[in-house]
Design a protein around this ligand. Structure first.
Ligand SMILES: NC(=O)c1ccc[n+]([C@@H]2O[C@H](COP(=O)([O-])OP(=O)(O)OC[C@H]3O[C@@H](n4cnc5c(N)ncnc54)[C@H](OP(=O)(O)O)[C@@H]3O)[C@@H](O)[C@H]2O)c1
Length: 260
């Protein structure tokens, strides 16, 4: 499967990085950027084919729209006559529905919407996807096989797509804040910062693996760490007193609200 990207900002860079790390190289990946100098820099930093004209997308199976939502109409006007019905148009645009895209392209355009998160750059992303009826089961399977290079693909009902930034897209920011806060504490008791970041991120990956592999309820896993009269329960009670869980729920609600 050959993939052409339109735009090459933060998210497309992360996706290309992940595809390169996962073995897709120059002949399978193309990038079109409106700015020639930026295209040169992009191709110096990644293994991709520079697409000098937007019509160069013709030989690709998939065209990924990686521009900003506000530029969609302008880019669609340039792209429309070059996208063929057999090609799958993938949008990563936040807050833009399949219907919005459908309105700007041919009636028979196959469209997929995906909301990747930045860990796609290290092949550990989460990729919620929705499709229009023109995308076949076989095409979905092929897309899944290719995009699983970047992380885990989940086909979801498009009505839930607006919640994905809060659940998997923006939420890495919350986790980075958690890591930073825990490392600040570790540094305050004498651990060097680099070791603190390393240990805390390892702990997070271990805790996530426990959830995935044991399939136990997170509350049961928490109970397993808290012995009667021990120190962990003191920390848990402090977090409850300070509204930790409610703060997380409200932060996610704030993201959902903004994406409605
Ligand atoms: N960042 C994330 O975590 C994330 C997560 C999920 C989805 N997304 C979505 O991904 C898309 C890109 O986000 P980003 O964070 O990568 O943004 P970004 O870093 O600002 O990159 C935007 C890219 O679009 C290009 N572009 C903008 N307007 C254009 C136009 N009129 N014609 C041609 N190219 C144009 C820019 O080119 P120039 O450099 O020439 O301006 C740049 O290459 C957005 O729609 C966003 O909703 C982002």
């Amino acid at each position: 499967m050959k993939i052409a990207f339109i735009g090459g900002g933060k998210m497309v860079s992360n996706m290309v990085k992940g595809f390169n790390r996962g073995g897709l190289q120059q002949e399978q990946l193309g990038v079109w950027l409106r700015d020639k100098e930026k295209l040169d820099v992009f191709t110096e930093n990644h293994s991709v084919t520079p697409l000098h004209k937007i019509s160069d997308i013709a030989t690709y199976d998939v065209v990924v729209l990686g521009i900003l939502p506000k530029s969609l109409r302008e880019v669609a006007n340039k792209l429309r006559k070059h996208v063929q019905p057999h090609q799958i148009l993938i949008s990563i645009l936040g807050g833009v529905t399949i219907d919005n895209i459908d309105d700007l392209f041919a009636e028979d355009q196959k469209i997929v919407r995906v909301m990747p998160n930045t860990p796609v750059g290290v092949n550990q992303g989460v990729l919620p996807m929705s499709n229009n009826v023109l995308v076949s089961k076989k095409e979905k399977k092929l897309l899944e096989e290719t995009f699983e290079i970047l992380g885990d693909v989940h086909w979801i009902d498009e009505s839930l797509m607006y919640t994905m930034p809060g659940i998997t897209g923006s939420s890495p920011a919350f986790i980075y804040m958690l890591i930073e806060a825990m490392a600040d504490n570790a540094v305050s008791v004498g651990v060097d910062r680099e070791t603190a970041y390393q240990m805390i991120s390892e702990m997070l990956m271990g805790a996530a693996a426990m959830v995935q592999e044991t399939k136990l309820h997170p509350g049961v896993l928490k109970d397993q760490v808290t012995s009667p009269g021990g120190s962990t329960i003191q920390g848990v009670m402090t977090l409850e007193k300070l509204g930790f869980r409610n703060a997380i729920i409200e932060a996610m609600n704030a993201v959902h609200e903004k994406n409605k």
